[in-house]
Design a protein around this ligand. Structure first.
Ligand code: ATP
Ligand code: LTN
Length: 334
């Protein structure tokens, strides 16, 4: 008799807070594609998270729809993966309230992303920015996800999610699956081209990141201007040579060659050679994505059908978990 084993579940998200960078692509998005056959996957555009920082309405709308087109352009099959907007599934906001009541102020105030972002946006340190990790924990727990593929900057948020899940399970037993993080071997933290000791971020200055939609000339210019150092030697040493090491990691992530073998083959070459290899590999990766992106963007009706179906499928799963928790807490069922 045929046996059906339920595949393990994956959930991950990305904010429509700008155009995704090469860091988002290498650290998260392209792994999503690799996982689609082996796992039951849900990928979410975290638009609720994006408003923890002020967004211009028209831009937010455009970035959100572009992000959906990009998820399709990197090859995610909407039949195999549930692709949806977080704001279309009201259970996220509901779960967020419940989990807020099981999370401590002290836990949130330790989060480095909160510290970074509140320094960057000192005029708008809102409560949403503070409880951002609780919303994220709800995103993951609603779907009983086993694995969460993200870049290493999300480690702390994932730990807090596990803590909240264990706390709720301790009080009510058997509500949530405890998720694990899933990090890429190379490129889990792509650094800024201008300040290579900080992570590449889509909401930083334009020259510090490569956007997935940057054309060849822009890619060439940005990599040519990438900060290196003055000793002229190519070796992997993130502490003393963060710029060169970042370029080697990017090249390794894009070509599949190990960092060691790249360092060896570039040992007697100059920074210009390394930069042109990184430029070529980047352009080669991005051009087909951009072509496909333009095709999806030209078909708004298709994009709409993808996100509508995605929201319905996601909602059905999310509602089960939400109802289960609400019952356990002691609310009267509708
Ligand atoms: P923002 O700058 O608006 O905070 P972001 O660029 O940090 O956004 P997110 O939408 O928060 O991007 O992250 C989406 C995914 O990309 C997450 O899994 C995150 O870990 C990953 N990611 C973000 N930046 C990098 C990076 N520099 N290197 C590797 N992975 C990254
Ligand atoms: N906070 C994440 C984006 C995100 C996410 C999630 C990632 C929102 N909800 C759920 C994984 C699972 C970030 O990358 N900054």
């Amino acid at each position: 008799m045929e046996q059906t084993v339920r595949k393990q579940r994956i959930l991950s998200g990305i904010q429509p807070s700008g155009t995704p960078t090469l860091g988002n692509y290498i650290g998260a998005m392209r792994n999503w594609k690799l996982l689609e056959d082996e796992y039951d996957c849900l990928y979410m555009i975290a638009d609720l998270h994006a408003i923890t920082v002020r967004q211009e309405p028209a831009k937010l709308r455009q970035q959100s729809i572009q992000l959906l087109a990009l998820l399709l352009a990197i090859g995610l099959d909407p039949e195999k993966n549930v692709l949806f907007f977080q704001s279309h599934v009201p259970q996220h906001a509901q779960m967020n309230w419940l989990l807020n009541c099981y999370t401590y102020m002290g836990e949130m105030s330790r989060m480095t992303q909160f510290k970074d972002k509140s320094a960057k946006h000192a005029d708008n340190i809102n409560c949403g920015l503070f409880t951002y990790p609780v919303l994220m924990a709800g995103d993951i727990l609603l779907y009983q996800a086993n694995l969460v593929p993200v870049g290493v900057d999300q480690t702390q948020h994932l730990e807090i999610c596990r803590d909240i899940a264990a706390r709720v399970n301790g009080l009510y037993s058997g509500v949530f699956t405890i998720p694990e993080g899933y990090y890429p071997k190379v490129g889990a933290r792509v650094m800024s081209l201008q300040e290579p000791t900080r992570k590449m971020s889509k909401s930083d200055a334009d020259d510090s990141f490569i956007s997935i939609l940057d054309g060849p000339d822009t890619v060439r210019r940005k990599i040519r201007r990438a900060v290196t150092d003055s000793d002229g030697e190519i070796r992997f040493d993130p502490e003393n040579k963060p710029g060169v090491s970042n370029l080697l990691s990017i090249l390794s992530a894009l070509t599949g060659e190990t960092i060691d073998s790249l360092a060896e083959s570039f040992a007697d070459k100059g920074y210009g050679d390394l930069k042109s290899a990184v430029t070529d590999a980047t352009i080669e990766t991005l051009v087909p994505i951009q072509t496909s992106f333009n095709q999806y963007m030209a078909d708004k009706a298709y994009l709409e059908s993808v996100y509508r179906t995605g929201a319905e499928r996601a909602s059905r799963i999310a509602e089960r978990t939400l109802a289960k928790l609400m019952k356990k807490i002691g609310f009267i069922a509708k």
